[in-house]
Ligand binder design. Structure first.
Ligand code: HSE
Length: 435
């Protein structure tokens, strides 16, 4: 029995999906049952890597959702609107949805999930995080028996490509970004990637699944790589670390009496010890490390973007829904694991109350006693130092790098302010979190 599929968008990911659906040979037999009925495009004149019959193409996305022959709606157009409204329109019509749209799910996931639950349809989002890496379904299903302690990951390929080249070549951020744009790895407007917003959308989604309740996307502290200096990447390497844009979500204690789980969720450039499992993830690849009780550490690694990998994830979701259709469902209600129902509330802890190790680079006058003064100031503020080194000096100025032990953010900031007030200290030139 054929199952009608409607596609909203025929860009990189949409064309990748169409390529799989129109070449079912050698794939799971259910792929052959998927019939691409209608595809919405913005520009019908554009040359595309996949050729489809003219009668399938429309410029009206609502016509795809409303077409009675379309039983599953696949949203791969991106952006907040009209994507959100089209997803809600499909749900209202009783049609299951597959979407790769992390910005819509990170911001409107609760609204969409509530509408889907009410109407009894699935909304599946495997392609929204990590491209071709299966991480959404494993979190929802395969790891469902665990208490998740932490989810951390490199979940933006563009920034990982830039950071890998900065580390390998000692190149400046701006030069590598320009090169990445020329090669088509980075968008013409790279802000969402390099400022960390793309990774923040993705960790909001992962945290919501791992901890069972929506996370306030707008409250996630987010710092990108756009102010990272090549010298900090080089100093980090000298000290045995690599710099990665890390997205982290971890539980802080147990849920409170009202059942609210406190979480520390954030995105920022982070120094990872070279032997950390995520430290060897290079180029446009992504990886997500899940730490759970009792499973321990599980790492998911692979291509985090691109037509083929992302389409692989989209088609997996379509197949999940098609499989349920094939056996006549869902008649007795949605499977709560596949539907990703939320079961508790989560709240973010205040950043100042969280604790981390830190890398900090001071620019100081090069004169006797400065290292001692910095050490004493950290000591008086109760900040324990793991290492302190003078790495370079020029024209009477010195570069002093400190790695601290774990310290509460508020205490660390107070210590930095006190050190900056010393006349020998010219500036706090860089401050990065360290695992
Ligand atoms: N722009 C994203 C990245 C891919 O560079 O990883 C889509 O999520």
């Amino acid at each position: 029995m054929a199952i009608g599929v409607g596609l909203l968008g025929l860009g990189t990911v949409g064309a990748g999906v169409a390529a799989i659906l129109t070449s079912p040979e050698g794939r799971h037999p259910l792929v052959g049952a998927l019939d691409l009925k209608k595809v919405a495009v913005r520009d019908p004149g554009r040359v595309r890597p996949v050729s489809l019959p003219a009668e399938v193409i429309t410029t009206d996305p609502e016509a795809v959702v409303d077409d009675p022959a379309v039983e599953i709606v696949v949203e791969v157009m991106g952006g907040l609107e009209p994507a959100r409204s089209l997803i809600l329109r499909a749900i209202a019509a009783g049609k299951p949805v597959v979407t790769a749209n992390k910005s819509v799910i990170a911001r409107h996931g609760e609204e969409i999930a509530a509408a889907a639950a009410e109407r009894g349809v699935y909304v599946l989002i495997e392609a929204a995080v990590g491209g071709g890496i299966p991480i959404i379904e494993p979190l929802k299903q395969s790891l469902g028996g665990n208490r998740i302690q932490r989810v951390s990951g490199i979940i933006n390929g563009t920034t990982n490509y830039i950071l890998s080249r900065m580390a390998d070549e000692g190149a400046a951020y701006g030069a590598v970004l320009a090169d990445a744009q020329r090669l088509g790895y980075a968008e013409a407007d790279p802000a969402a990637d390099v400022e960390g917003h793309d990774a923040a959308d993705k960790i909001a989604i992962l945290a919501g699944l791992a901890y069972g309740g929506p996370v306030p996307r707008a409250a996630i502290p987010t710092e990108g790589i756009d102010r990272l200096e090549a010298r900090d990447v080089a100093y980090a390497a000298q000290l045995g670390f690599v710099v990665k844009l890390l997205a982290v979500a971890q539980r802080i204690g147990d849920p409170d009496d009202a059942g609210v789980q406190a979480l520390d969720v954030r995105v920022h450039p982070t120094l990872l010890p070279v032997d950390h499992p995520l430290a060897g993830v290079n180029g446009v690849n992504n990886a997500i490390l899940v730490e759970g009780d009792p499973v321990g550490r599980v790492m998911f690694y692979g291509p985090g973007a691109g037509a083929g990998p992302t389409a692989s994830a989209v088609v997996a979701d379509i197949l999940n829904i098609a499989g349920i259709r094939q056996v006549g469902g869902p008649q007795a209600g949605l499977d709560p694991l596949l539907a990703a129902s939320s079961w508790r509330r989560c709240a973010l802890v205040e950043g100042a109350l969280t604790s981390h190790r830190n890398y900090v680079r001071f620019r100081t006058h090069d004169q006797p006693g400065v290292i001692g003064q910095i050490g004493t100031a950290f000591g008086s503020a109760g900040v324990s130092i793991q290492s302190i080194v003078q790495l370079e000096c020029d024209g009477g100025a010195a570069e002093i790098v400190v790695i601290t032990h774990d310290v509460q953010e508020a205490r660390f900031r107070e210590a930095l302010a006190a050190i900056e007030a010393h006349p020998e200290v010219l500036t706090v030139a860089a401050s990065l979190r360290t695992l």
